[in-house]
Design a protein around this ligand. Structure first.
Ligand code: PLP
Length: 395
């Protein structure tokens, strides 16, 4: 019999059966009115999840990386300056993508484990008297380190500096799992992917774009074809798509948003916080700590666990996969081996998380790490016992 454990990687996440079924549909002519009927609820749903009050939602057959590329190529020109803090593998990769597009990236080097440095961002913007910086890039949730950044704080820093740059936010591992406020934070482009909080297979880049970013398209000279928002928006206006859409994923997206909204977005966020807090209690009970530098930075979608001296986080991930058939995330880049990551986002319950913690402990015992079996599980159990939302689970 083929059996499968839930995954505890920070995306792709576990897919609810009903989402899988919603994606599994017969061929549909994307030039027929049936496509527009399918497309509209997905777009409108994304608008609500992002909390947009104006602007456009763009869905591209791609992934989060394509979303980054679409954001910069549609709004910027070669040689434009963008400001970005580098504090983990994903902020690093977005910077790298910008550099490959011949953008001039003003990088604020920040230790891994910390979040976006608000004071340094404000200082850089104040120093940019000529307003050469066209966009500030922000990684809302650095998946490599399990660190969330304060996007409202970045907006406040931009406003305090009186700087007109656009604000582009990578919400790939936060959107639909942690609170996001496109309108309230004055976000100009938000980037998400289908395979994390939206609980879908990989294959869709999901973007929210403000009127200011749409206007920037008129003068932006970076080359773009597949990712051109202008083509997208012209086709959307006629109920169509500029090329062949990923129809099944779009149907799945509308359904996934129905699921999120039937739970209630605030309940979804509260569940993620509860799951994450249980994981953190377990981590402390193991005598370890999250890699994030301080509690205000703890991510509710992924915890990077600092492993004890002499232990190898990658060995734990390999053993979990080979012996117990369970997936955790390895440490990336400069934290390779020094951490392992527990993803706790998407379709997960407290009981599922306890199974992941139990397997992690078995691996630690197998590897001879100084951990008592059951210690982390017990800490999480105590926390979940006191906080679980019985009604949400029964629904
Ligand atoms: N940004 C963040 C924060 C991510 O976690 C990821 C992937 O894990 C990406 C961007 C890249 O997205 P993708 O792998 O969908 O291209």
């Amino acid at each position: 019999m083929s059996m499968q454990n839930p995954v505890f990687i920070p995306g792709p996440t576990n897919i609810p059966d009903s989402v899988r079924k919603a994606c599994d549909m017969g061929t549909l002519d994307h030039r027929s009115p049936a496509f527009a009927r399918l497309f509209k609820p997905a777009v409108e749903g994304v608008r609500r999840v992002l909390k947009m009050d104006e602007g456009e939602v763009i869905l591209i057959p791609s992934t989060g990386t394509g979303g980054w590329e679409a954001a910069v190529t549609n709004t910027l020109s070669p040689g434009d300056t963008v400001l970005a803090a580098r504090f983990g593998m994903f902020s690093h990769r977005w910077i790298d993508l910008c550099q490959r597009h011949k953008l001039d990236v003003e990088i604020i080097e920040t230790p891994w484990g910390e979040g976006a440095p608000l004071a340094a961002i404000e200082k850089a913007l104040r120093a940019d008297k000529g307003h050469h910086i066209k966009a500030v890039l922000a990684t809302h949730n650095e998946t490599a380190t399990g660190v969330k950044s304060d996007i409202a704080g970045i907006r406040a820093a931009m406003d305090a500096a009186g700087h007109p740059a656009m604000l582009f936010v990578d919400g790939v591992s936060s959107i639909a799992s942690m609170p996001f406020d496109f309108a309230g934070w004055g976000v100009d482009i938000a980037v998400a992917g289908s395979q994390k909080g939206f609980m879908l297979p990989a294959g869709l880049a999901i973007l929210g774009v403000s009127p200011k970013a749409i206007a920037a398209m008129e003068t932006a000279r970076l080359p773009r074809t597949f990712f051109d928002f202008k083509d997208m928006l012209a086709s959307y206006a006629k109920g169509g798509y500029p090329y062949t859409p990923a129809v099944g994923l779009i149907a799945g997206l509308a359904h996934a948003i129905d699921l999120l909204e039937s739970e209630g977005l605030d309940n979804v966020y509260a569940r993620h916080h509860r799951l994450a807090e249980g994981v953190r209690r377990a981590v402390f009970a193991w005598g370890m700590a999250p890699f994030a530098a301080s509690p205000d930075l703890y991510s509710d979608t992924v915890t990077a666990v600092k492993v004890p001296p002499g232990c190898d986080g990658t060995a734990l991930v390999q053993l979990a996969a080979s012996k117990y058939g369970m997936a955790f995330g390895v440490g990336l880049g400069e934290v390779a081996g020094k951490v392992f990551r527990i993803g706790h986002l998407g379709m997960l319950t407290e009981a599922m998380v306890l199974s992941g913690l139990a397997v992690a402990e078995m691996c630690m015992a197998d590897l001879g790490w100084p951990v008592t079996l059951g210690s982390g599980v017990a800490a999480a159990q105590e926390y979940y016992r006191g906080t679980i939302e019985a009604v949400a689970l029964a629904a």
